[in-house]
Design a protein around this ligand. Sequence first.
Ligand SMILES: CC(C)(COP(=O)(O)OP(=O)(O)OC[C@H]1O[C@@H](n2cnc3c(N)ncnc32)[C@H](O)[C@@H]1OP(=O)(O)O)[C@@H](O)C(=O)NCCC(=O)NCCS
Length: 170
Amino acid sequence: MDPIEKTISKPSSMNYLVTHGPGRKTLENITLRPLSMKDLDDVAQIDFSLLGKQRKEYWEDKLERIEELGVPSLAAEIDGKVIGFILSKASDREYGIPENIGCIDTIGVDKEWQGKGISHLLFKEMYSMLKNIGIDTIYVFVDRKQRDLVKFFDKMGFARGDMFNMELKI
Ligand SMILES: CC(C)(COP(=O)(O)OP(=O)(O)OC[C@H]1O[C@@H](n2cnc3c(N)ncnc32)[C@H](O)[C@@H]1OP(=O)(O)O)[C@@H](O)C(=O)NCCC(=O)NCCS
């Protein structure tokens, strides 16, 4: 059975029940809503706890330009606290990429809240939004050493595509 049960649907904020744990008996009340500049501290803190690097300026820059991504980015909240987020980009034909392509830019969930279906929920909602605007293929670039991300995207149905990265050290 799908662990995610949609309970209320509003355009700007959606509430979900996520069931997890033994026998899937534990319930969390999660709100998904558009990510915005007011989430800067929470996002930078989650990012720091995951990567061990302080990147507040990077996130400030990114959140300032969030409207340019072509699809809303999402925050997952519990009791008013952001515990996870997802940012994607709908192609605007840059670098010859056709307009039916979407790309997951970043996904992150607070360590304390991992393994409870939060990313699955964020991804499912992002998938629907991308599908609704005509995207038919979603890319993600993952470092193969980040096993958590590789396993997560594998579980979401992603498979190795035809593109691969080439790099030159300078
Ligand atoms: C990868 C990540 C996004 C997964 O988030 P999550 O909320 O724990 O994932 P979910 O609980 O929704 O998992 C969904 C499925 O993915 C799989 N999965 C997720 N994390 C996994 C892991 N570490 N190992 C194996 N499988 C994993 C599980 O199989 C799960 O399916 P299940 O419910 O049938 O077990 C999270 O671990 C994370 O934020 N990692 C760091 C990512 C990062 O560095 N981002 C850049 C900085 S912000």
